[in-house]
Every structure is written in structure tokens, then in C-alpha cells.
Design a protein around this ligand. Structure first.
Ligand SMILES: Cc1ncc(COP(=O)(O)OP(=O)(O)O)c(N)n1
Ligand SMILES: Cc1ncsc1CCOP(=O)(O)O
Ligand SMILES: [Mg+2]
Length: 215
């Protein structure tokens, strides 16, 4: 099945990333629904377990339906074949994943493909030249979800604006520390724990999504 070419929302706003520890199976769909109710525009399914493909397919199909109902975009982390199987809007790939060209070949021209560029502008230049739909930088702040992530500086976002492609910031981002990143040019703010570890997921999402409010 080709990846859907339904119209997706702009690549701007709050991008929530799921976590198998914070949002385990039974709570996953409800947590994502709460994040969407709070204003998240994009959702990424991030499950680093390489096994249990049946569970991963069930979960991604359920999340795709929820995103569709809210007019939000749905991306699968790492796994191009899973993105294809569940009909996601696209995939996010990093240095250890399938190359962008291979993901594009599998998912087709309408898929949204995001590429991790860590703290390296040259990776972003190459990804844009190869047709990335957005480029992601981080970690901007220490991350409990990915403590080993390299550190990135907001100046990178200022420099990357010249690429004229949506820029995503990730890593330790909260509603309190996100404003300088948005000011530096982040179009998407990708967040795991600030939303999914919150006691009130909807309220946490609302605060972050509010940073992109129009007017
Ligand atoms: C939006 C976004 N940005 C960066 C990443 C990190 O991707 P990667 O470097 O491939 O690391 P893993 O997430 O796969 O551990 C991401 N997933 N999403
Ligand atoms: C996947 C990833 N890549 C860099 S930091 C990170 C995790 C972000 O999670 P959190 O928002 O909890 O810091
Ligand atoms: Mg990856």
C-alpha cells in the first residue's frame, strides 16, 4: 500500500513523540488523543523495540486513525516498512536508519521524510539536497529520554534558516525553555517527556502548542 497522499498539516507546531516507557500499550492511544486535544499537530511513533511487529502494527494503525480524525500528521520513527504497512504520512530517519533515498524509494514522492542532523549543518544541507521534507537538530537541552544525544546550539537553527526547509528542534524541550528555539527559527518543536510524562498531557500539550499560536 503506498503511503497516503492525503493533505497533511503544515510542518509547523508541536510534534509529539511517543515513548514505550511513558506511554505503554494500554495508555498509548489515550495519551496521544490528549496531546492532540491540546493542539499537537504532528505525532511520531517511536518504539525502539525491534521485535513484536504485530503489536507495533496494531499500535501504529490505531495512532494513524486518531491522527486522521484530528487532522494531524503521523510519522513512524526508523522503520520505513512499518510506515508503509500502517499507512503513515511518512518516516523519520537518522544516522543508524535507512538512507533517505531508500526511504523515498519505498514510500514515494508524497511521503513526509524527516532526517536527524544532530548538531551538523552539513548533514542538513545534504538531506535537503536529497529531498528531506524537514530537518531535525538536537539535543538542545539535556534529555532524560536520550541522555547520550549530542548537544546542539540554537545558533544552528539561525544558520539553517537559509536552507528554506522546515526546521525541527528536539531534546529536553519544555514550554519554559522552548521560546528561544522558536525565536531562532524552529518550525517544529519535538517533545517526548514534557508532554507524555506530564500529569495532565492535554494541558502540557496546550502550553507548548500555544507557542505557535497565530497573531
Ligand atoms: C523529530 C526527531 N528528531 C530526531 C530524532 C532522532 O532520530 P535518530 O537520530 O534516528 O534517533 P532515534 O530516535 O531513532 O533513537 C527523532 N526520532 N525525531
Ligand atoms: C529522540 C531524541 N533525539 C534527540 S533527543 C531525543 C529525545 C527527546 O525526548 P525529550 O523531549 O524527553 O528530551
Ligand atoms: Mg532513528
Amino acid at each position: 500500500m503506498p503511503v497516503t497522499n492525503r493533505s497533511v498539516p503544515p510542518l509547523r507546531g508541536l510534534y509529539v513523540v511517543t515513548d514505550a516507557a511513558l506511554t505503554p500499550g494500554p495508555r498509548l492511544v489515550e495519551a496521544v488523543e490528549q496531546a492532540l486535544a491540546g493542539g499537537a499537530r504532528w505525532v511520531q511513533y517511536r518504539d525502539k523495540a525491534a521485535h513484536d511487529n504485530a503489536r507495533r502494527l496494531d499500535e501504529t494503525r490505531a495512532l494513524r486513525a486518531v491522527c486522521l480524525a484530528h487532522g494531524a500528521g503521523f510519522i513512524v520513527n526508523d522503520d520505513t516498512e512499518l510506515a508503509l504497512a500502517c499507512g503513515a504520512d511518512g518516516v523519520h530517519v537518522g544516522a543508524d536508519d535507512a538512507p533517505l533515498a531508500q526511504a523515498r524509494e519505498r514510500l514515494g514522492p508524497h511521503a513526509i521524510i524527516g532526517v536527524s542532523c544532530y548538531n551538523r549543518l552539513e548533514l542538513a544541507r545534504a538531506a535537503v539536497a536529497d529531498g528531506a521534507d524537514y530537518v531535525a537538530f538536537g539535543s538542545f537541552y539535556p534529555s532524560t529520554t536520550k541522555p547520550e544525544a549530542v548537544a546542539a546550539d540554537p545558533d544552528l537553527l539561525r544558520a539553517a534558516r537559509t536552507l528554506e526547509r522546515p526546521l525541527c528542534a528536539i531534546g529536553g524541550i519544555t514550554a519554559d525553555n522552548a521560546p528561544p528555539l522558536v525565536a531562532a527559527g524552529a518550525d517544529l518543536i519535538a517533545v517526548v517527556s514534557a508532554v507524555f510524562a506530564a500529569a495532565d498531557v492535554c494541558a502540557a500539550s496546550q502550553r507548548l502548542a500555544g507557542l505557535f499560536a497565530e497573531g
